[in-house]
Design a protein around this ligand. Structure first.
Ligand code: ITT
Length: 191
């Protein structure tokens, strides 16, 4: 059996860590939360924000480290809240988003997660995951976090907050971590 590899996840969000752990343990990678209050820059690009977070976290931990930036992009709102999702969740919340979409039939949206990984604080590898879906009419479900109660993935009828099994299997985060794990094992010479 391949030996386990340890990495750190710089995030304040314990849900993100649990979701990453649920998948990574199946591919023999051990991930620990680095509870750093990661400084965030403002940028329209999740890639730029995640890269900044990873470098910042590496300076403080000197460990092989992942940072992630994620967001909900709503088509009828030209991609809002996107990179501002964290702030918009804290200010408007799920209810505020539903209000913004009152009377709007076109409810397409996607979640995107960008992982940035560095082992030396200089070279940063980026991995992206995306899941398409739509915004529900009502807040539904209590699992997960953030905008999960209003996001219904394409091909399903329940929100991510009603169906954590589906979220774990197809989420933007799962897909980004799958891409990371494939690359990680390749470069470690593991199978
Ligand atoms: P860290 O920056 O410390 O990792 P955070 O929760 O602030 O934690 P982000 O800056 O990446 O994370 O903010 C993304 C926001 O987008 C987050 O606060 C949620 O509101 C939303 N979001 C991202 N991924 C989500 C998911 O899987 N389910 C529901 N909402 C999500």
């Amino acid at each position: 059996m391949a030996s386990k590899k340890e990495i750190w996840f710089a995030t304040s969000n314990a849900h993100k860590v649990m979701e990453a752990q649920a998948y990574l343990k199946t591919v023999n990678i051990v991930i620990h939360q680095a509870k750093i209050d990661v400084k965030e820059i403002q940028s329209p690009f999740l890639e730029e924000i995640a890269t900044f977070k990873a470098k910042y976290a590496f300076e403080r931990t000197k460990k092989p480290i992942i940072a992630e930036d994620a967001g909900l992009f709503i088509e009828a709102l030209n991609g809002f809240p996107g990179p501002y999702s964290s702030y918009v969740y804290k200010t408007l919340g799920c209810e505020g988003i539903l209000k913004l979409l009152t009377g709007i039939e076109e409810r397409k949206a996607f979640f995107k997660a960008v992982i940035a990984y560095t082992e030396d604080g200089d070279d940063v590898k980026i991995f992206v995951g995306k899941v398409d879906g739509k915004i529900s009419r009502k807040i539904r479900g209590t699992m997960g976090f953030g905008f999960d109660p209003i996001f219904i993935p394409h091909g399903f009828s329940k929100t991510f907050a009603q169906d954590s099994v589906t979220k774990d299997a197809i989420s933007h985060r799962r897909r980004a971590f799958e891409a990371f794990a494939t690359w990680f094992h390749d470069q470690m010479g593991h199978v």
